[in-house]
Design a protein around this ligand. Structure first.
Ligand code: ADP
Ligand code: ASP
Ligand code: MG
Length: 405
């Protein structure tokens, strides 16, 4: 079998962990499998590198920042190859430039365009275990770009698709996908399997256990994907697959997305094209807007509220202020420190009771709702970030009851 394994930062945080993971990789190799391994940077390396950059320049340029961040994964792969050598097996570490992971040029959030498989295939034919640096690509100028926080998962799935791997195993510090983050909601239940669509919703709504683009790509290329523990190798993980559970399950999970900011534009002229004007300006700045709420203001004006990622708040306010005259509005206000809390499941809006159950849980724990958005398979509320964990526990408890019925 050709197996792609990916290990997250905590799983390879120190020498002891690297040696432990190396043994597991070598065991799979000696069992007769061809092994490609993708690694994240060790422990908190990526955060530490960002902090280091900010020490010398509070607003680091994105190209140089990517040069720096990519070194984290490069260290990890070299160390892993060395550990595997010590166990008497052949291993070769490669970075994105060496592999040929071609990506778009958007520094900090590049997309994988194409991967040249030749270098890896050749190394595999020579019986090597191939260790690839996750989270990085090379753009058409030959510069290193990074693929977005948490994107080593995406590197692993992309390699699985290109190489036609039989299995892609994502090893992490949890032993599976749960109905909510088990560190926050202790009653969260582990799922034996979850459909690509439900996992995609959970990941997109903030469950960082898998990178959303990894799930999307796995679905598109039919990659057999499993999430497992990097500590307890004999525990079965959670399989992410084409699924039918969406037909049956009313509640498949809950996710929290922190670092949300709410922006309110007040006193916009109530005429056609205003929303287009506002959101096209934001789109040209590559700012993604999430929940949008328009309210009828008084007389000839209206208000538009929307959420953005906290990191995009400054840029958002700048665009709006710069174009205040052209857009035509009175004031802009904002709230930081908000969180989005979403419940995901089939028939969210077709089952009358579901939304009210969620709101009842929030009422019972005294949490005020700032914004609401619903779709076929999810209900999202925006609330104050400091209540997010408690709200998650309350909502989960309520829905766990119907899951057990
Ligand atoms: P890695 O470094 O292995 O990529 P991450 O920190 O990115 O690990 O993701 C694993 C974490 O995701 C877990 O420690 C857990 O706290 C969190 N998490 C959030 N939602 C879920 C969920 N629904 N199921 C399991 N883990 C979750
Ligand atoms: N090291 C990167 C990060 O911390 C990529 C990853 O872990 O997947 O975001
Ligand atoms: Mg991760």
């Amino acid at each position: 079998m050709l197996i792609v394994q990916k290990y997250g930062g905590t799983s390879v945080a120190n020498a002891e962990r690297i040696l432990c993971v190396a043994e597991h990789i070598v065991a799979s190799y000696r069992a007769g499998n061809k092994m490609v391994v993708v690694l994240s940077a060790q422990g908190d390396t990526t955060d530490e590198l960002i902090a280091k950059a900010q020490e010398v320049n509070p607003e680091p340029g994105k190209r140089e920042l990517d040069m720096l961040l990519a070194t984290g994964e490069q260290q990890a792969v070299a160390l892993m190859a060395l550990a595997i050598h010590r166990l008497g097996a052949p291993a070769l570490s490669l970075n994105a430039v060496q592999v040929g992971i071609e990506a778009t040029s958007l520094y900090g959030n590049a997309r994988i365009k194409r991967i040249r498989p030749e270098r890896i295939t050749r190394a595999l034919e020579l019986n090597n275990i191939v260790i690839v640096a996750g989270f990085q690509g090379v753009n058409r100028y030959g510069d290193v770009t990074t693929l977005g926080r948490g994107a080593s998962d995406t590197t692993a799935v992309a390699l699985s698709a290109v190489l036609g791997a039989d299995l892609c195993e994502i090893y992490s510090d949890v032993d599976g996908i749960y109905t909510a983050d088990p560190r926050i909601v202790h009653g969260a239940r582990k799922l034996a399997s979850i459909s690509y669509d439900e996992m995609l919703e959970l990941a997109s709504m903030g469950a960082q256990v898998l990178h959303n683009r990894a799930v999307e790509m796995a679905k598109r290329h039919r990659v057999k994907l499993v999430l497992r523990s990097a500590w307890y190798f004999d525990i079965e993980g959670t399989e992410i697959k084409e699924g039918s559970t969406m037909e049956k399950l009313l509640f498949s999970g809950l996710a929290i997305d922190r670092d949300v900011a709410r922006v309110s534009i007040m006193g916009l002229l109530d005429r056609p094209g205003v929303a287009y004007h506002v959101f096209s300006l934001l789109a040209t700045q590559k700012i993604s807007v999430d929940i949008i709420l328009q309210t009828a203001g008084s007389g000839k004006t209206k208000d538009i509220n929307f959420t953005v990622h906290q990191a995009d708040l400054d840029a958002t306010l700048k665009v709006l202020e710069t174009n205040k005259e052209a857009i035509g509005f009175d004031t802009v206000t904002f709230d930081t420190g908000m969180a989005k809390l979403s419940i995901i499941g089939a028939g969210m809006t077709t089952n009358f009771g579901v939304a009210s159950m969620m709101f009842e849980a929030l009422y019972e724990c005294g949490v005020n709702i700032s914004m609401i958005s619903t779709s076929e398979i999810k209900i999202t509320v925006v609330i104050d970030e400091k209540y997010a964990d408690n709200a998650a526990v309350c909502i989960h408890e309520k829905f766990a009851q119907i899951m057990n019925e």
